[in-house]
Design a protein. Structure first.
Length: 265
């Protein structure tokens, strides 16, 4: 098995190759737990795919034919754990913020049978980050909103966040290369208030990332779909991607391949 290392500094999108070498992926990289959140997958066959791992329950969404109904079913199933910080009345989702403040999300009816309107579902509350994850579905598509309970600041994400064990970082992955050209992104939560800051991103090319999993506060394992999204490209597809943060705070990626080929992308 060959691996190739690529390093990126801060928000600089330009890639700088640091090292290429051959080695075995260490057994220590086997993940020890799963943080909240989920990654979008290529051509999802079930409506719950891409909504959120910590809320992804096949049984909850059994028989449902769209992501909106699934998200609302997930909210209902988890409401007993969420209602301490939230309320829902007549199509209005109300989040209880710190200091007695509130953040409201109003559902809207569609203007025609082909227009689903806008729907907001509370799919998770991440305790170690003190933040809500809201799933928004509209005619334009879907997105995730990460809302901090401290001040109500909302960040728009292309997929559900997967948080590090300490809640200071999260990763998002998306296979939609049209709307999310930087399909793998690592963010750092703001120290006190405000929106998170993206510290690192990677555009996978023609292959899609799978479900990310934090090994510890500095290491993320991300399997791949194992095949090129566009087979005719001839691109070598990694079997696994490991994203790590160095002691100097710089994020970099290690791509693992079968066979003897290497890549430095």
């Amino acid at each position: 098995m060959d691996i190739a290392c690529c390093r990126y500094a801060g928000d600089d999108r330009k890639r700088r190759v640091v090292l290429t070498a051959s080695a075995r992926v260490a057994a220590a990289l086997v993940a020890a737990g799963v943080a909240a959140g989920c990654a979008a997958t290529l051509s999802p066959s079930q409506p719950w795919q891409g909504i959120g791992l910590s809320t992804r329950q096949e049984s909850v969404c059994a028989g449902l034919d769209d992501a909106g109904r699934c998200a609302r079913a997930i909210e209902k199933q988890r409401w007993s754990k969420l209602d301490r910080f939230a309320d829902r009345t007549d199509g209005v989702l109300v989040l209880e913020l710190a200091g007695g403040k509130k953040r409201r999300f109003q559902d809207a009816r569609g203007s025609s049978p082909s227009d689903p309107g806008t729907q907001y579902s509370l799919i998770d509350y991440v305790r170690n980050a003190d933040s809500f994850v809201v799933f928004e579905l509209s005619k334009q598509g879907s997105r995730h909103l990460l809302v901090r309970r401290a001040d109500g600041a909302a960040a728009t994400l292309d997929s559900a966040p997967v948080f590090s064990p300490d809640g200071n970082y999260f990763v998002t992955t998306s296979a939609d290369r049209v709307s999310s050209p930087g399909a793998i992104r690592v963010y750092r939560m703001a120290a006190n208030a405000g929106k998170p800051k993206m510290e690192w991103s990677l555009e996978p090319g023609s292959w899609g990332p799978g479900l990310p999993r934090w090994v510890d506060e500095t290491t993320i394992q991300i399997p791949t779909n194992g095949r090129p999204q566009v087979p005719s490209t001839g691109e070598k597809v990694p079997t696994e991607l490991t994203v790590k943060r160095s002691t100097g705070g710089v994020w970099y990626a290690v791509l693992s391949f079968t066979g003897s080929e290497r890549t430095t992308n």
